[in-house]
Design a protein around this ligand. Structure first.
Ligand SMILES: Cc1cc2nc3c(=O)[nH]c(=O)nc-3n(C[C@H](O)[C@H](O)[C@H](O)COP(=O)(O)OP(=O)(O)OC[C@H]3O[C@@H](n4cnc5c(N)ncnc54)[C@H](O)[C@@H]3O)c2cc1C
Length: 313
């Protein structure tokens, strides 16, 4: 029997691990990714000043032994490393968060800068429409935040009902840099009740540039909701003095600051199972939002989808 065409939308952890497993099982999946790189919310911002910030996922933890083994393989390949936060053992991509997927994406077909705008069933299979082309595929995997999936398949699709029950929260994130000789009261700080719920000295992670001290600060849920639609420069302008206050440094020391808006940052009401598929078992949807708000949840979802596709053949 001829192998089906498989299209995967999204080159974050979910999409990449799904594609990797399918490729290893003898399929030739193609990933469509709207941005110019891999990693999705495992994101790193590089600036023209030579600064680097992991402004999405901060670190990775592994409970599942198979996910730990995925991380161990990435560490052996030089794509990830340990980062000890106080007494907690965590992992980060090396030298940036999305490097974690560096080994997994090798020899995968990925079409970057391609935003899929619509996914519809047609007599030639699933039609994936972007601004410039229509692609057809026998099987489609949507590895995106749940609300973005509804936008692609439409609210009348049979899967959309369950997807609307999933809730995801936004997160406004500040990236800021100070001269390297500045002392700091902490390396990481989590304070859910503070407007800056998480602050981390990103440049303290291993294999990061150290010329300046780079910080990533995440606004809490309420603050992020309140300022969600503000202009990003305005968000940075408001968050910067708040960060200076927490770090006890003067704003006059600031060398760089900018903000990022994560509209769908983390799930607060997950689906409760690792993916959904339609009745024809040709449309699969998944992501971290299925089981947990973590990279490990995305890995679990992508793994489960690839297993289901291979088993149905
Ligand atoms: C601020 C923040 C902090 C976090 N901190 C942590 C942490 O410390 N530890 C942890 O484990 N997790 C953390 N997470 C969560 C973690 O980043 C996610 O769980 C994980 O990266 C999700 O992977 P994914 O593949 O499911 O989705 P994503 O990473 O969102 O990947 C989806 C991909 O699809 C692409 N895409 C979207 N729409 C389209 C389209 N229409 N066409 C083509 N491509 C499209 C996107 O560009 C993206 O690359 C954090 C997330 C955020 C935002």
């Amino acid at each position: 029997m001829e192998k089906p065409n498989i299209a995967i939308i999204g080159a974050g952890m979910t999409g990449v691990v799904c594609a990797r497993n399918l490729k290893d099982a003898g399929y030739e999946p193609i990933i469509f990714e709207k941005s110019r790189g891999i990693g999705g919310r495992m994101a790193t911002r590089r600036t023209s000043e030579g600064l680097q910030f992991d402004h999405g996922a901060q670190y990775i933890t592994a409970k599942n032994k198979r996910f730990q083994s995925f991380i161990d393989t990435a560490i052996s390949a030089g794509c990830a490393t340990h980062w000890k936060i106080e007494e907690k053992s965590t992992f980060v991509g090396r030298p940036s968060m999305n490097s974690l997927l560096g080994l997994a994406v090798e020899d995968l077909s990925i079409q970057f800068n391609t935003e899929i705008l619509r996914v519809q069933k047609s007599k030639h299979g699933w039609m994936l429409s972007s601004e410039t082309q229509n692609q057809f595929s026998d099987i489609v995997v949507l590895a995106l935040p749940a609300p973005q999936i509804i936008n692609l398949i439409g609210e009348h699709n049979s899967l959309s009902q369950e997807l609307t029950n999933v809730e995801m929260k936004p997160c406004l994130t500040l990236m800021a840099a100070f001269p390297s000789n500045k002392g700091a009261p902490f390396i990481t700080r989590r304070k859910p009740d503070d407007d800056l719920a998480w602050i981390a000295q990103d440049s303290a992670k291993p294999y990061r540039p150290r010329e300046m001290t780079c910080w990533v600060a995440q606004a809490g849920d309420d603050w992020s909701m309140k300022y969600l639609e503000y202009d990003k420069d305005e968000i940075a302008r408001i968050l910067t003095p708040m960060l200076c206050d927490r770090l006890r440094v003067s704003s006059s020391e600031l060398l760089y600051s900018s903000a990022h808006r994560w509209r769908y940052s983390r799930v607060t009401k997950p689906l409760g199972k690792s993916f959904l598929s339609d009745i024809s078992a040709t449309l699969y949807v998944g992501g971290d939002w299925t089981v947990s708000a973590r990279v490990e949840g995305a890995w679990e979802s992508g793994t489960a989808i690839s297993k289901a596709i291979v088993e149905q053949m």
